[in-house]
Design a protein around this ligand. Structure first.
Ligand code: ATP
Ligand code: LTN
Length: 332
């Protein structure tokens, strides 16, 4: 039977173990929304090598990411999960999209500007063309919805522009996707530097909660979290450290920031830190146990990924052929 469900697509870079930011900003929403969509979720290893990776770590982190997807409740009845590099159509369509994406557009991408400024003198070309590969990931599957954190909004807008540009030239080849950015949790901040987003590849590991951190590490990181001057617990942009802890609690419990602030009247920063650490530990405990179970049975995990890649390639190939034909390539 042909499915009429809309399509949802998203991915995470296996550049390290996933963080609480990846979980609250992206993964948790995939799980929440998955039943209403036909989903494609992948670990974007091709994107990961735009910054230098240790090969062994990259492989481990890729499997860790996909095991985490399953552990957090991604259901194979709704979702196809796979490794990006296993589906060659991603790179093939990316090439075509590169030819319809402008230097000026790529040069304006904030993520490129941030990462290239840290790359030193030798900036890989892949870092620059990264958004065209991301557009390929999305457009190949004719995605309606792409759930991501706030930092990816600009890449999504570019994806839409590229899709519209090509549709205008050749007819309706691509669905134009919408981003889904959660109200709370879309931008979890670094615990040591709450002006910056929490990131997998942060230089200070104390600033990020990794999904495989032990309860002790989680407690230590929250206790040492940089907070703001003053002592009153309020939710305001000029108290980014406190706001971040409230956002984390809100994204986990579903309570509004206002409700949480009320419950902390008369309490100290220390209370908020300990409660947040406990809440995160409780949230991550079942996730960590299940991730380990999936990682122990490597054969089964590989089997899921092989089947996922086969299914994804089928869908991807349909789009790729249409595009190749539209641009004038001789059929094969
Ligand atoms: P890297 O440090 O390697 O660039 P990252 O931690 O920024 O990685 P990505 O793989 O780029 O993570 O992001 C995967 C998903 O997680 C994206 O949807 C992104 O928007 C979301 N995300 C990343 N960091 C955060 C954060 N701090 N808060 C909310 N969402 C986030
Ligand atoms: N660029 C994204 C990761 C990513 C992605 C995608 C997200 C690559 N391809 C497709 C959604 C859909 C990031 O988070 N850095």
């Amino acid at each position: 039977m042909k499915t009429t469900k809309k399509i949802m697509v998203s991915g995470i870079q296996p550049t390290h173990k996933l963080t609480l930011g990846n979980y609250l900003g992206a993964l948790k929403n995939w799980v929440k929304l998955q039943e209403e969509y036909q989903c494609y979720f992948f670990a974007v290893d091709l994107h990961a090598i735009t910054t230098r990776q240790d090969p062994k770590e990259l492989g481990n982190n890729t499997l860790f990411a996909l095991a985490t997807y399953l552990a957090s409740g991604i259901d194979l009845n709704h979702a196809t999960i796979f490794v990006q590099s296993h589906v060659r159509q991603h790179t093939e369509l990316a090439w075509v999209l590169n030819c319809f994406t402008y230097m000026g557009e790529l040069g304006r991408m904030t993520q490129y500007k941030d990462k290239s400024s840290r790359a030193g003198e030798t900036i890989p070309v892949g870092l620059f063309t990264y958004p065209a590969l991301m557009a390929s990931d999305i457009l190949l599957y004719q995605a309606d919805l792409v759930p991501v954190g706030a930092d990816q909004k600009q890449h999504l807008e570019l994806t839409r522009d590229i899709a519209i540009r090509i549709n205008n030239l050749y007819g309706p080849l691509f669905q134009v996707p919408e981003p889904y950015i959660p109200k709370i949790g879309a931008r979890i901040m670094d615990l040591q530097n709450p002006e910056d987003k929490m990131s997998k590849s942060s230089s200070n590991e104390m600033g990020a909660i990794y999904l495989n951190d032990s309860p002790k590490e989680i407690e230590k990181k929250f206790k040492k979290a940089v907070t703001d001057s003053g002592s009153e617990i309020t939710y305001s942009p000029d108290k980014p450290g406190i706001k971040n802890l409230i956002d984390i609690q809100s994204a986990i419990t579903g309570k509004t920031p206002e409700e949480l602030v009320l419950s902390y009247q008369g309490k100290m920063y220390g209370h908020l830190k300990i409660d947040t650490a406990n809440l995160v530990t409780e949230e991550l405990k079942p996730l960590q146990e299940k991730t380990q179970t999936y990682l122990k049975d490597k054969a089964e995990l590989q089997n899921i990924l092989r089947k996922g890649a086969e299914k994804a390639a089928e869908k991807a190939e349909t789009t790729l052929r249409k595009v190749y034909s539209a641009v004038g390539f001789v059929p094969y």
